[in-house]
Design a protein around this ligand. Structure first.
Ligand SMILES: [Zn+2]
Length: 424
């Protein structure tokens, strides 16, 4: 096993790869400079593990307040950090600081030294160093910014605000972006279609929906009249003063109608559609809302849309295995997954190689807002994929050369084809 792993990893560690999903600043200049290492590394993910480990929310707020001395803040988080250090999120950060700053483990002994090195990294050139030179990422698909720096990114566009507007200011923003005054549901549909076409004209390569954070992935067929009754509710809050940010809650009939409307448009244009499924970032949500099998009616009804199913559907990776095996238009995307659970990724790939055609799997998407942590994530991804492929070599399913060919396919050939990146 070790010998096979070493030989495969030796090849995989140098592969140029495609990153299917990121939330990084859309250009390096836009990076937050008024920060420090502790605050930056707790923007998301590991912070959720610390809170899950028992760190109370007020102490967490103190820990990310970079006006306070870093050592005092380290003392607050240390016991929780040590309990969470070996999760994928925790390991990612330790791997990243070792490779980028040559610092062994984030701890009381290293946090100040780490912050000094981190402050120096805020100078221009750090994105290139981490993404291109160290992580060998040819391109990242960036969630929701059409103005992203093309040297690093291609954009992915979200239409979720058309399905799930949350306040009247969302309606105003749509008017501003589309130039269409929203006086009826017809105007809303027209604005939605216009924004979709604008996004593709501006170079977006895929669509994305993250609504499994807010609602179930089950989008029923509803009729226009029911949807319009819900939509018309928004006009009831028109008289409220500007400073009243009261949320609006659109009825499910409207939300479902809009998802089908968008998929019908997508079906004509044949883009890839990324769907968040599985674990929701943060603390406290309904995991059953994000079971990828809830999307089955959409897979059937929109056969010309390629559905890129995020995060291995964790913890529904076995369900996703059946879906990708069953539907020609369903793909498995391992973005975020290698830091949710490296072990689950190795096991899932062992299972998928037995059940799912190899052209259906994308190996990596960093899914980070933290530039440094992308390094650790791609390193874990390369390790996980190599472990699983070495296991199959050991079982006699294929030889080492074939394992290398498959690795390149999962990290590069598949995302390039599934996101139609050759069409540029
Ligand atoms: Zn994401």
């Amino acid at each position: 096993m070790n010998k096979n792993f070493n030989e495969i990893f030796d090849y995989v560690k140098d592969l140029t790869i495609i990153d299917s999903h990121e939330h990084l600043p859309y250009c390096e200049d836009f990076r937050e400079k008024n920060t420090d290492a502790l605050r930056e590394y707790l923007i998301h993910y590991f912070s959720s593990d610390l809170i899950s480990a028992g760190l109370n929310p007020e102490d967490f707020q103190k820990a990310i307040n970079h006006e306070l001395p870093i050592m005092d803040r380290w003392d607050i988080v240390e016991p929780f950090w040590n309990n969470a250090r070996y999760t994928g999120y925790g390991r990612d950060l330790d791997i990243s600081v070792k490779a980028i700053y040559n610092i062994d483990k984030i701890s009381k002994n290293t946090i100040e030294e780490l912050d000094h090195a981190f402050q120096r990294s805020l100078k221009p050139g750090h994105f290139k160093r981490v993404l291109k030179d160290m992580s060998k990422i040819e391109v990242c698909l960036l969630d929701s910014n059409l103005d992203c720096d093309p040297y690093f990114f291609k954009s992915v566009y979200r239409l979720d605000r058309f399905i799930y507007p949350q306040s009247y200011s969302d309606i105003k923003q749509v008017e501003e972006d589309s130039g269409i005054r929203i006086c009826s549901m017809d105007d809303w549909l027209e604005a939605c279609e216009m924004m979709l076409d604008k996004a593709f004209e501006s170079g977006a390569v895929a669509l994305k929906s993250g609504l499994a954070y807010d609602r179930t992935l089950k989008y029923e067929r509803t009729i226009r009249n029911e949807a319009e009754v819900c939509f018309n509710q928004i006009f009831n809050s028109l008289h409220l003063p500007n400073w009243d940010g009261s949320p609006i809650v659109m009825g499910k009939e409207f939300q479902d109608y809009m998802m089908h409307f968008i998929l019908r448009m997508a079906n004509k244009r044949n883009p890839t559609f990324q769907f968040h499924t599985g674990l929701q970032e943060g603390n406290g949500n309904y995991i059953h809302n994000s079971d990828p099998s809830l999307l089955s009616n959409l897979f059937l009804e929109y056969p010309d849309v390629d559905f890129d199913i995020f995060h291995i559907g964790y913890p529904y990776q076995h369900v996703l295995s059946a879906l990708a095996k069953n539907f020609p238009n369903v793909y498995i995307d391992m973005c975020w997954a290698h830091i949710i659970s490296p072990y689950a990724c190795v096991n899932a790939l062992n299972e998928w190689i037995d059940s799912v055609p190899l052209n259906k799997i994308i190996a990596f998407g960093g899914d980070y807002m933290i530039i440094d942590a992308v390094y650790g994530h791609q390193y874990l991804a390369r390790t996980d994929i190599s472990k699983s492929l070495a296991h199959k070599v050991e079982e006699g399913v294929f030889d080492i050369d074939e394992a290398k060919r498959i690795a390149k396919m999962l990290f590069y050939g598949n995302p390039k084809r599934i996101f139609k990146l050759d069409n540029d």
